[in-house]
Design a protein around this ligand. Structure first.
Ligand SMILES: Cc1cc2nc3c(=O)[nH]c(=O)nc-3n(C[C@H](O)[C@H](O)[C@H](O)COP(=O)(O)OP(=O)(O)OC[C@H]3O[C@@H](n4cnc5c(N)ncnc54)[C@H](O)[C@@H]3O)c2cc1C
Length: 321
């Protein structure tokens, strides 16, 4: 980005800290409502979680399993809107659930039909029950023993980092400002202890400057506590960080345009194996960590978990080699 501290030295309505999906979305919302908006990102846009997702635009099948209908309905609506507003970055993706019990086909067909219905006019297509033969045609490397049937449902897939860049461009187009490599290192407060701006350190020149705003939004994701600490070091643990990983496998492990969805892993979550740029992305995990890092490392237990779960469902077994 063009860097000119003087350009940012004005009174803003909104300063948004964090250039991930949440911050960029918030800033675009603010600027398109007519507010003077500045977004500050300490690294590159989508440096954090927002470039490392499973790339699904979904309503959250697992939240449906937990009975959180309102959350799923809202997410499905957003899925539909994103597919319309960013059609160049989103595509429809078929997911197949292989059923290894006689009742699985009926159970998941029923549940995912509700998922379709909740998406209303923004539905991406109907859920289908398919027999064993068709399931193996769609997922040629899925384990055939004890396979009864499959359920095919539609969800969205998107390019998360491209979306972040396009959101940043849209903010600028709408008259807002976005600045990367600009780390918020402190909050400015008035005599009533109210936050009135931020102190920024340019990560390229190491110069610092101050910017003022009526509203400061903390959209730093897993780093939220750092900003809260600037406001009040005794704030307590507001966000408990966790990490998740994916393994990227050669396409030969799942040579298909359909994705594999495992609805219940040994730790009670869902696991996806999704085609992505001639590879297959398999994930994810969810492990609590003490301190979040900008370059998190996969833990041995996470890699083992994904390999083991994938081995349970695939005839071509992925290993560490
Ligand atoms: C493994 C995994 C897979 C996922 N898969 C999906 C999926 O398929 N679909 C889906 O919809 N969601 C998915 N999610 C969830 C989704 O990715 C996150 O909810 C989303 O990316 C969070 O965005 P965010 O903007 O809140 O945080 P982040 O993307 O982490 O953004 C926070 C930003 O703040 C910046 N920052 C931190 N400190 C400062 C500072 N002091 N000054 C300035 N900037 C700062 C960081 O550099 C970072 O860019 C997944 C999550 C995980 C962990």
């Amino acid at each position: 980005m063009k860097r000119n501290a003087a350009k940012y030295n004005e009174n803003w309505d909104f300063i948004v800290i964090g250039g991930g999906a949440s911050g960029l979305g918030t800033a675009l919302d603010a600027v398109t409502r007519g507010f003077k908006t500045l977004l500050l990102e300490s690294h590159d846009f989508a440096k954090g979680t927002s470039s490392r997702s499973t790339k699904l635009v979904h309503g959250g099948v697992r939240y449906l399993g937990q009975g959180d209908i309102f959350l799923v309905r809202e997410a499905l609506r957003e899925r539909g809107l994103l597919s319309q507003n960013a059609a160049h970055l989103c595509k429809n993706q078929d997911f197949v659930i292989p059923n290894y019990s006689w009742w699985g086909g009926y159970y998941y067909k029923f549940g995912l039909t509700i998922y379709d219905l909740l998406s209303g006019k923004l539905s991406l297509g109907k859920t289908k029950y398919i027999n064993k033969k068709k399931t193996l045609k769609r997922l040629p490397t899925s384990t055939p023993e004890k396979l009864y049937s499959g359920v095919v449902y539609k969800d969205g897939q998107f390019d998360d980092s491209r979306l972040a860049i396009n959101l940043a461009q849209s903010i600028e187009d709408a008259g807002g400002s976005v600045l990367n490599y600009a780390k918020v290192v402190d909050l400015l407060k008035n005599e009533d202890d109210k936050v009135v701006g931020v102190k920024v350190e340019d990560q390229i020149t190491k110069e610092t400057f101050e910017v003022k705003a009526k509203v400061v939004v903390n959209a730093t994701g897993v780093f939220t506590n750092d900003i809260l600490n600037m406001n009040n070091p005794k704030h307590g643990k507001f966000v408990v960080p966790s990490q998740g990983i994916h393994l990227v496998l050669d396409k030969s492990f799942l040579p298909s345009d359909s994705a594999l969805m495992i609805p219940k892993t040994s730790d009670g979550r869902v696991l996806f194996a999704v085609p992505w740029h001639d590879k297959v992305v398999v994930g994810t995990t969810d492990v609590l960590v003490e301190e979040p890092e900008f370059e998190p490392k996969p833990l041995q237990q996470e890699v083992d978990f994904i390999l083991q779960t994938a081995c349970n469902y695939l005839t071509k077994k992925p290993t560490r080699k």
